[in-house]
Write a protein that binds this ligand. Structure first.
Ligand code: PBG
Length: 328
């Protein structure tokens, strides 16, 4: 006669040792990429109001920060620049002595290959319009914009970047950048595209951090509507056809279904960007004492990985790495 209950799933949860043997998803420091904000002309680091514990750094503090990140065994950083000058065509984004270009060169000369350098390729911090492309008349001109995005990527490659990460959501940005890099003989520079970057309200704290809010209108003519999963997969597919190396789904937490789907559908690494608003929600609740920050961080990062992300760009990279290192 069958015993009751017929399945005793609690057997495998009996204690820490057994639980650890059957653990399916295990977060590692190798899953984390740490964003860095670097601001031109800054004297000392500046906190970001809507992102507690996140700072904008002057160039002089970059190597210290990268050392801290590297000591935690985090394999890569993602650079965002805040220039001292903006103009219509975002020229400071691809200037030889631009803030990101100098930062790349500083990290490369002090760290060699010890840490991988990823850099955002976009225009919104650099254009007076605050848009991710070049304005022509009243519109964002796609084809003009991808030329400038290519110039940015090539200027970063010259300084020794490992991975360029276009986030402007212009059509054809991946093929234009790939061709530009190849023509300039940077055939080994990796492209990680923000393939399905959604038009999301979770970005507001970042716009605070990077001073890149659009001065008119919004980003809905280029970023994917969060209601359109099929369109998100078409974006991923287009980037793969254009020769992308790594795709990204962004944001992460409200988009776990899309991470899972991209992972299932395509044979390329899928990254996830856990964005500023996701960070701010946790920080705000933790500061009130309403949730346990360490536990929630571990749960969120693990769930993004469980959904299928190969790695995660996250403002919780340092905290996540500390927690992982302490427990291993
Ligand atoms: C700009 C850019 C944004 C983010 C990354 N790159 C903001 C935007 O599109 O307005 C958001 C990242 C975050 O919120 O952490 N190209």
């Amino acid at each position: 006669m069958a015993t009751f209950p017929s399945k005793r799933l609690r057997r495998l949860r009996v204690n820490e040792n057994i639980r650890s043997l059957v653990q399916e998803v295990r977060l590692s420091v190798n899953d984390l990429v740490c964003p860095i904000f670097v601001e031109e002309g800054l004297k000392e680091k500046k906190s970001v109001g809507s992102m507690p514990d996140i700072v904008r750094l002057p160039l002089s503090e970059i190597s210290n920060e990268v050392q801290n990140i590297s000591d935690l065994k985090i394999p890569a950083v993602m650079l965002f620049g805040i220039p001292s000058q903006k103009d219509e065509s975002g020229t400071s984004a691809y200037a030889e002595n631009g803030i990101v270009q100098r930062t790349i060169s500083e990290i490369r000369s002090n760290f060699g290959d010890k840490i991988s350098i990823m850099a955002d390729v976009c225009l919104c911090q650099y254009t007076s319009s605050g848009h991710c492309g070049i304005i022509n008349g009243k519109k964002i001109d796609n084809d003009l914009s991808i030329k400038t995005l290519t110039d940015i990527a090539v200027s970063q490659a010259k300084m020794g970047v490992d991975v360029v990460s276009p986030s402007a959501m212009m059509d054809g940005q991946v093929s234009a950048i790939r061709k530009g890099l190849d023509d300039a003989n940077f055939k080994d520079v990796i492209i990680m595209s923000h393939s399905a970057k959604h038009s999301s309200s979770f970005y507001s704290p970042f716009r605070d951090a990077a001073e890149c809010a659009p001065q008119f209108g919004d980003r809905k003519t280029y970023q994917v509507p969060f209601t359109n999963p099929r369109e998100a997969m078409r974006e991923v597919e287009a980037d793969i056809e254009e020769g992308v190396d790594i795709v990204m789904i962004k944001p992460a937490l409200s988009y776990l279904d899309l991470i899972a789907e991209a992972k299932k559908k395509f044979n390329v690494p899928v990254s996830a960007y856990s964005v500023s608003g996701e960070y701010a929600l946790v920080k705000a609740a933790a500061n009130q004492g309403w949730i346990n920050e360490n536990e929630v961080t571990n749960e969120i990062l693990s769930s993004i990985k469980r959904a299928g992300a190969d790695f995660i760009v996250t403002y919780f990279a340092k905290l996540g790495a500390k927690l992982i290192n302490e427990n291993s």
